[in-house]
Design a protein around this ligand. Structure first.
Ligand SMILES: [Zn+2]
Ligand SMILES: [Zn+2]
Length: 355
């Protein structure tokens, strides 16, 4: 197949200023594949990247944004046997260096050489170029084949699903039969509800402020929903759990209120995982966790092959992406896509961009 030399890519020039620019089509290096991007979703992480920046971000005027993409393999770099030209694939963000203490331990999303490409680390769309472009290169470690019954659009959500699943994985142990509270019905929260149900959770309780999101949560498997503007979520969770509290609490809303609700709503000896980004310092009643001997876990990204597991859950029909994919735009309208996403216009949850 004859590939073009040039392509279109959304390059970040300044805060909140990205422009479609003609750049060279990247060449896949050792153990990399070149992907023709078919779909790339906008994520809250992208908003952070374009408005305030993230650790290790490439310089303005060079950086191609976008990290939740799926497409077709069109070229192989040296030493690639895992994939073939024509494979339908999706990607995850983090490729660890493979040589630091954390990578050797499987904690690739917190690689000690984060941002150091010379040592082999890559975070696609964070520290290296991403997928709001016609083509993108990826190391094989971050590429997964898409099962036939999953579309490119659906496959873009695999990092989101993998993040929710990783939050559950970090708590360890069984989830079947446990009561799970999910605080925040964003895309990670809605995926967390589905993952919890898929893993056999008994009573999944979803809290939030918008009825339409809670309604969707119910359609996706939440047994109970609580609008925190109308009801006290802590009181309600206590009621729904016979006064004991939730066995597991997943905090997917990065707010002080949600963190405090988690501390109050969790069972004595129960677990909390923080999946949300907390951009500002928060004041929490941490003493409660000590009195109740609660474990508080955090996650970074979609570690431990959770994207692969999410793809399997999706292929089995146990988690769904379609209800979350509310809008789509061509690459030329990426700006509008971001505006719709950032303003949550017309109930936007996930906005998919098509190059
Ligand atoms: Zn993301
Ligand atoms: Zn590493």
């Amino acid at each position: 197949m004859e590939l073009p030399k040039k392509m279109r890519a959304a390059v970040l020039y300044d805060w909140n200023d990205f422009r479609l620019t003609e750049v060279d089509v990247p060449e896949p290096q050792d153990s990399e594949v070149l992907i023709k991007v078919e779909s790339c979703s906008i994520c809250a992480g992208d908003v952070k990247i374009i408005t305030r920046g993230m650790m290790g971000q490439p310089p303005m005027g060079e950086f191609i944004i976008g990290h939740e993409y799926a497409g077709t393999v069109v070229k192989l770099g040296p030493n690639v046997e895992e994939f073939a030209v024509g494979d339908r694939v999706t990607v995850e963000v983090h490729k660890g260096c493979g040589r630091c203490k954390n990578c050797l331990d499987g904690k690739v999303t917190v690689c000690l050489n984060y941002g150091n490409t010379a040592k082999g680390h890559r975070a696609n769309g964070f520290t290296t170029n991403g997928g709001f472009a016609d083509y993108a290169v990826n190391h094989v470690n971050t590429v997964s084949k898409i099962p036939d019954n999953i579309s490119f659009d659906e496959a873009t959500i695999i990092t989101t699903a993998g993040t929710s699943l990783f939050g559950i994985e970090r708590m360890g142990g069984f989830i079947a039969g446990e009561n799970v509270a999910v605080l925040g019905p964003g895309s990670i929260g809605l995926m967390a509800v589905q993952c919890a149900k898929a893993l056999g959770a008994a009573n999944v309780m979803l809290t939030g402020t918008r009825d339409e999101r809670l309604e969707l949560g119910k359609e996706l498997g939440a047994d109970n929903t609580i609008n925190v503007k109308k009801e006290d979520p802590v009181k309600k969770i206590q009621e729904l759990t016979g006064g004991i509290g939730a066995d597991l609490v997943l905090v997917t809303s990065g707010s002080e209120a949600a963190f405090n609700q988690a501390l109050k709503a969790v069972r004595k000896g129960g677990d909390i995982t923080l999946l949300a980004h907390f951009d500002d310092p928060v004041k929490v009643e941490i003493g409660l966790a000590i009195q109740k001997m609660n474990n508080i876990y955090t996650i970074r990204g979609e570690g431990r092959q959770c994207t692969h597991r999410s793809l399997e859950l999706m292929a089995e029909g146990k988690i769904q992406a379609k209800p979350l994919l509310t809008h789509s735009f061509p690459l030329e309208q990426l700006r509008e896509g971001f505006d719709v996403f950032m303003e949550r216009r017309d109930g936007a949850i996930k906005v998919v961009i098509h190059p």
